[in-house]
Design a protein. Structure first.
Length: 276
C-alpha cells in the first residue's frame, strides 16, 4: 500500500519522499514503483512524459529524518496499534508542522493521535488496493481533528484524482466494516460447502454489479490483514458477526495470505487469479 500511495502522489505532481524501514525492501522500492508506472503506460493509463517527470519527484529516504520538509505524512505500516502509535510519536517530533495521516483500515484515529502532542493535526486517509486503480479514499476524523486538517486532507485527495467519503472515527469506519461483513460471510459459505470461491464471487459481480467479488478482494487485501481487522472489530464492537471463521485462521496459519504469497482463495499466477 505504501508504495502504491507514493506512486500515485509522485505521478500526480507532488514531491514525494518514501521511507521503508526494511533495508532489502527499501532497495527494491524505486524499481517496484517505476515498474508499476511503466505498466500503466503500456495499458494506456499514464503518459510516458508524466512518468519521466514523476521519477524526478520521487525520493527514497535512507533515514526518516531526511523527510523533514513534508507538509503531509501518510503512515502505511502493518495494522498493529502499538507499532503505529510509535510511528506517530516519531513523526510528531520530526514534522511539527505537518498533517499526520494514517492509512489504517480499522484502527482508531483517536488512539493514534494520543501518541502525539497535537491531535488536531491527525486524520485518517484510507486508500484502497490497488491504489492506482481504485478511485475511493476514506477520510476519517475524530472530535479533535481540526477543520483545517480536514480541508488539507480533502484538497490532497482531490489533487491526486481520487474521490473522498468522510466518516467519523468508529471501529472499521464505513468501508472496512461493510466489506468485512460481506467477506467473512463469503468465507463461511466456502467453509460450509455452499459454493466455490469463484462462484460466490461471480454471484456478487454479475448479480449485484460488484467490480470484484468478496473473496478475490480478500486475496488482494491479504488474508492476514483481514484476520487482524476481524479480530479488532470482533473485540471492539463485541459482535459475533465479525468473529473470524476457522477457514480464515487456518489459511493464515498455513501462510496462504492471498496474492502476496501466491495463494489464498485463489492461486495467483503472473498477478492473475486462478480458481482452485
Amino acid at each position: 500500500m505504501g508504495r502504491g500511495i507514493a506512486g500515485v502522489c509522485a505521478l500526480s505532481g507532488f514531491e514525494t519522499a518514501v521511507f521503508e524501514a526494511d533495508a532489502p525492501a527499501r532497495g527494491k522500492l524505486r524499481g517496484a514503483i517505476e515498474g508499476s508506472w511503466h505498466k500503466a503506460v503500456e495499458r494506456g493509463k499514464a503518459a510516458g512524459e508524466d512518468v519521466n517527470e514523476a521519477k524526478g519527484r520521487l525520493r527514497i529516504l535512507e533515514n526518516l529524518e531526511d523527510g523533514k520538509d513534508a507538509f503531509l505524512a501518510i503512515e502505511a505500516i502493518p495494522e498493529l496499534l502499538e507499532a503505529k502509535k510509535e510511528t506517530f510519536w516519531v513523526l510528531d517530533r520530526l514534522l511539527p508542522e505537518a498533517v499526520l495521516a494514517s492509512n489504517t483500515s480499522s484502527l482508531s484515529i483517536a488512539a493514534l493521535a494520543s501518541a502525539t502532542g497535537r491531535p488536531d493535526r491527525v486524520i485518517g486517509i484510507h486508500f484502497f488496493n490497488p491504489v492506482a486503480a481504485m478511485p475511493l479514499v476514506e477520510i476519517v476524523s475524530f472530535e479533535a481533528t481540526s477543520a483545517r486538517t480536514r480541508e488539507t486532507a480533502a484538497r490532497f485527495v482531490a489533487a491526486i484524482g481520487k474521490q473522498a467519503v468522510h466518516v467519523t472515527d468508529s471501529p472499521g469506519f464505513a468501508t472496512s466494516r461493510l466489506g468485512l461483513a460481506l467477506g467473512l460471510e463469503a468465507m463461511r459459505m466456502v467453509e460450509e460447502g455452499v459454493a466455490s470461491a469463484g462462484d460466490i464471487d461471480r454471484a456478487m459481480e454479475l448479480g449485484y454489479g460488484h467490480r470484484m467479488g468478496p473473496l478475490k478482494t480478500t486475496d488482494l487485501v491479504g488474508l492476514d490483514v483481514r484476520l487482524a481487522i476481524a479480530e479488532a472489530l470482533s473485540s471492539s464492537l463485541n459482535k459475533e458477526r465479525f468473529r473470524p471463521p476457522e477457514i480464515l485462521r487456518r489459511m493464515v496459519a498455513e501462510g496462504k495470505t492471498g496474492k502476496k504469497s501466491g495463494e489464498g482463495f485463489y492461486r495467483w499466477e503472473r498477478d492473475k487469479p486462478v480458481e482452485k
